[in-house]
Design a binder for this molecule. Structure first.
Ligand code: NAD
Length: 496
């Protein structure tokens, strides 16, 4: 099979030029516009209206009313059933959603389908949590009150209220659905502002949730717009929590703005400059396969991807030589062609940013071993690139590219490896590759990152926490951490 044919439903959906989904209805009006470009062809997919303060106010009122009147009063079992039904409905629409996402992001169609499957796994996992959210009972631990009477205490986990999610373009459906699944399970209502590069797929998710699953109007709302719309959500007093995923620079602004807005609750899932360390004992072929998996999924546009590769000096030459042979065999081309293994970068500014990194590498004296340039012709295609950094301080070893750029540096000792891996303001993910489990465990303890994988890189499980140490974020997602993120803890003490 090769180039897949677009479903009629996809073209029909795009033709509608829907811009926002608020209180169970589509809206198409707005003063500004967003032009959606197919990164594989550079053709315009559609132009839609961008929101302004009017749509933000409408969405917040809808979500606030839905929280107060309907959603918080749905029983936990009711919320569980809705989330399970939503998982089934999104599964039924998998191909449609995947095709829209591929058109807007250049993601390989197989990766886009996997994204929808993963989104449904998160929905099913958090459906289970809806009936298991509880506080604790605490026996009296100190002196009774002055009157001599005793007391007992317990805690309750109450839904935080209206959640405003601000999300990036790389996995807009999955990142949003995992936030939404946890927020709805807790009894919160939800507004998402997608990235201006990927405004379409979440509109379809919201429509399916309301029209096919019956999730009440106002529980899930989508407003498309630029960065200032994210800011308007932060500024709105009826939004109780901001759940942000994106770059460190934007995250810092959002954290500051939330604190200034009466200490609004926030979670930040930010970027990384993730490292993978390969000890001398690894099998070279497995190392090469591991590097490709760690660094090149979705053309390197995964926050958890590795960009810095520290390989023991005794094997680094062999690893790079075999890696280049493997990269030369990768089929680059249309993401809708199932024979292709590597698509374009997702948008023009990002494509240009990655090309500028190659200029920096040349200026700094790094060696570009393979790639380092755009593929000729239409589309934002760049060759997967291998760089031998001149110094551990090279821009390519320090700054997040968020692209298919694999930068290498040798090490001699484990102490040196730990120093190199930790020498970054980021701390999202890392991986250690070795056959020696004792060494791996020792290194896991030393590495400063929210997730450390051993002999693997990039695997997400809804039950295992995910998030950034150091500058890569604030708070954690997945597992019970997500329940804490969307509930406020209330302590109750009763005299008896
Ligand atoms: P970005 O920070 O530019 O934008 C993210 C979102 O924030 C977009 O919706 C954007 O419109 C909005 N925004 C921009 N300025 C804003 C402002 N001042 N106030 C409020 N909202 C604003 O990030 P991006 O380019 O879309 O995504 C790439 C980045 O996201 C990378 O750094 C990547 O590592 C990170 N990321 C992190 C994770 C994670 O889970 N940790 C996952 C995916 C992506």
């Amino acid at each position: 099979m090769s180039e897949i044919k677009l479903l009629a439903e996809v073209s029909a959906f795009i033709k509608n030029r829907y811009a926002h989904y608020i209180d169970g209805k589509f809206y198409t009006e707005g003063k500004q516009t967003i032009t959606v470009i197919n990164p594989a062809t550079e053709e315009i997919i559609t132009t839609i209206a961008a929101a302004d303060q009017t749509e933000v106010n409408q969405a917040v009122e809808a979500a606030y009313n839905a929280f107060q009147i309907t959603w918080r009063n749905v029983t936990p079992e009711g919320r569980q059933n809705y989330l399970l039904k939503l998982a089934d409905a999104l599964t039924n629409h998998k191909e449609e959603l995947a095709q829209i996402d591929t058109l807007c992001t250049g993601k390989l169609i197989g990766v886009a389908r996997f994204e929808i499957e993963q989104s449904c796994s998160f929905l099913r996992y958090y459906a289970g949590w809806a009936t298991k959210i509880s506080g604790e009972t605490i026996s009296q631990t100190s002196q009774p009150s002055m009157s001599g009477e005793g007391y007992t205490g317990f805690t309750r986990r109450e839904p935080i209220g209206v959640v405003g999610a601000i999300v990036p373009w790389n996995f807009s459906v999955m990142i949003t659905v995992w936030k939404l699944a946890a927020a709805l399970a807790c009894g919160c209502t939800f507004i998402v502002k997608p990235s201006e590069f990927t405004p379409l797929s979440l509109l379809l998710v919201a429509k399916i949730a309301h029209e096919e699953v019956g999730i009440p109007a106002g529980v899930i709302n989508v407003i498309n717009g630029f960065g200032h719309i994210g800011q308007a959500l932060i500024d709105h007093p009826k939004v109780a929590k901001i759940s942000f995923t994106g770059s460190m620079a934007t995250g810092a602004k959002i954290g500051e703005a939330c604190v200034k807005n009466n200490i609004k609750r926030f979670t930040l899932e930010l970027g990384g400059k993730n490292a993978a360390g390969f000890l001398a004992d690894v099998d070279i072929d497995k190392a090469v396969q591991g590097i490709i998996e760690a660094g090149l999924g979705h053309q390197g546009q995964i926050c958890a991807s590795a960009e810095r590769f520290y390989v023991h000096e005794s094997i680094i030459d062999q690893v790079i030589e075999k890696l280049v042979v493997a990269l030369k065999a990768i089929k680059i081309g249309s993401p809708l062609n199932t024979n292709n293994q590597f698509g374009p970068l997702s948008n023009k500014p990002h494509f240009e940013k990655i090309l500028s990194f190659f200029d920096k590498a040349r200026q700094e004296g790094d060696e570009i071993v393979y790639g380092g340039k755009a593929v000729e012709g239409k589309g934002y295609y760049i060759y997967p690139t291998v760089i031998r950094a001149k110094s551990e301080d090279s821009a390519l070893m320090q700054e997040e590219t968020f692209g298919p750029v694999l930068s290498f540096f040798p090490f001699k000792t484990e102490e040196e490896l730990v120093h190199l891996m930790n020498d970054t303001p980021y701390g999202l993910t890392a991986s250690i590759w070795t056959n020696n489990l004792s060494k791996a465990i020792r290194l896991v303890e030393e590495i400063e990152a929210g997730t450390v994988w051993v002999n693997m890189h990039i695997a997400l499980d809804p039950s295992i926490s995910f998030g950034g140490a150091k500058g890569s974020g604030m708070g954690r997602e997945f597992g019970s951490e997500f329940i804490h993120a969307y509930t406020e803890l209330k302590a109750v003490m009763i005299r008896y």
